[in-house]
Design a binder for this molecule. Structure first.
Ligand SMILES: Cc1cc2nc3c(=O)[nH]c(=O)nc-3n(C[C@H](O)[C@H](O)[C@H](O)COP(=O)(O)OP(=O)(O)OC[C@H]3O[C@@H](n4cnc5c(N)ncnc54)[C@H](O)[C@@H]3O)c2cc1C
Length: 390
């Protein structure tokens, strides 16, 4: 059907480089992700050659220095990547890429030594080394200060002990950015440090791959560290700096999750419009029923609002402005909204919306975690509330 393309709407936020990236990504999603996404859902991970291909096309180094092979774009570049991957309808594939580019490798880019960056950033950007970030534990998710994994200094090494839970790319990654406590006495915010742990380090293992409700093409793992010894230079950014590094990276992570959610919501609305404009009940198409088209119109308005909130938060971030309030609003709003959209879109697909063979069924499962992962809605609302009265 003839609909106005979302991104054809002129936007003050995006420049030519963003639009070129969007067009290139959209072609890649159509030709390289959508035809194979179902297969990856079944096997439970995205094949490495696909990630390497994305590296070759420059999609994995959007924010990184040209010297390592990156293209030095701003926060809006990450938003374009996340939105277009979200539009693929395969949330698991989108999150595989976005954890690598915008949530995990950022720790090395921000705090690695020059030697580590020179050795690893080109590999990361080329998609030859895949990254994971391991903060959450069986006993601590929202409450980052509550982690129990320890890193004890011993000569020129640190010795890690503990477990990590729900780690995206956890099974197939090469590089893990791991949060651990380096002090039992320091204030909780100054007791956490970040470490680089490479796959194959003795004492580090993937204890199990987790079976999930959605995001099934993303591999998720539980990790174990048992007297895992790493060199002191693998401490990223200094002892006790980990909590601040995690909080800083959360801004980007949450903006990206918001953008991904709005890409998913937009794709769901488009699929549903296609369905309701052809499906007939009681002699007319579903779209001809005011109750249906008005609900879709309201959802389209909300998705537009969510998208603009993400864009403006990303723009503020790109200007170097503290936008914790706006980013938290965007994460809370978009994480809830994508679920509202999926619920209604499944409803309007009728019985077909409940069938494994329909994209909307998969998308509704994928969306569920958007209000939980990377900062649950309630936690985001606390961040907003704290800043309402200042
Ligand atoms: C598929 C998937 C992938 C993930 N990938 C990663 C990853 O790559 N790396 C990583 O480190 N982590 C990852 N996570 C972890 C994710 O970030 C956490 O699940 C999330 O932060 C919530 O933590 P929790 O599960 O421990 O829930 P809890 O912290 O136990 O919270 C449970 C629920 O309680 C509510 N709640 C929590 N705190 C408050 C509060 N202060 N006020 C009111 N209500 C509250 C929320 O509704 C929350 O959902 C992933 C999770 C999933 C499901």
């Amino acid at each position: 059907m003839n609909r106005r393309e979302t991104t054809a709407v002129p936007s003050p936020y995006f420049r030519e480089e963003h639009e070129a990236l969007r067009a290139q990504l959209r072609r890649f999603v159509e030709s390289e992700i959508k035809p194979h996404g179902e297969e990856w859902e079944k096997q439970g991970f995205v094949p490495r050659d696909v990630l390497r291909r994305m590296g070759e096309l420059g999609f994995l180094g959007i924010r990184y220095p040209a010297g390592y092979g990156g293209s030095e774009m701003d926060t809006l570049g990450s938003v374009v990547l996340a939105e277009e991957l979200g539009r693929s309808t395969f949330g698991g594939t989108a999150i595989t890429v976005l954890v690598h580019t915008d949530m995990a490798s950022v720790h090395l880019a921000n705090a690695g030594t020059p030697e580590q960056k020179a050795r690893l950033m080109p590999e990361i950007i080329a998609g030859r080394a895949i990254c994971a970030v391991a903060v959450t534990e069986p006993e601590a998710g929202s409450d980052v200060k509550g982690i129990r994994t320890t890193a004890r200094r011993d000569g020129d090494t640190y010795v890690l002990n503990g477990a990590k839970m729900f780690i995206t790319n956890g099974v197939h990654a090469d590089l893990y950015f791991v949060a651990a406590k380096t002090s039992a006495d320091a204030r909780p915010s100054q007791s956490v440090s970040m470490f680089l742990v490479e796959k194959g380090t003795p004492g580090f293992r993937v204890s199990r791959a987790l079976d999930k409700h959605g995001w099934r093409s993303s591999d998720t793992a539980e990790l174990v560290f048992e007297d895992c010894r790493i060199p002191t230079e693998n401490l990223l950014g200094g002892e006790g700096q980990g909590f601040y590094a995690i909080m800083r990276n959360f801004q980007n992570e949450r903006t990206v999750i918001g953008a991904m959610a709005m890409g998913e919501a937009q794709a769901a609305l488009e699929l549903t419009l296609d369905y309701v404009t052809t499906r007939k009940t009681f002699g007319t198409t579903l779209f001809e029923k005011q109750a249906i088209r008005q609900r879709l119109a309201m959802l389209a308005a909300k998705v537009e609002a969510g998208r603009q909130l993400v864009y403006s938060a990303a723009w503020l971030d790109a200007q170097g402005v503290d936008c914790t309030r706006e980013v938290s609003m965007a994460k809370a709003y978009c994480g809830e909204l994508v679920n509202e959209v999926m619920y209604t879109c499944v409803q309007f697909h009728g019985g077909m919306g409940f069938m494994r063979e329909s994209a909307i069924e998969r998308m509704s499962r994928d969306a569920r975690v958007q209000s939980i992962g990377g900062g649950a809605t309630e936690v985001m609302l606390e961040e907003v509330a704290k800043r309402l009265t200042r």
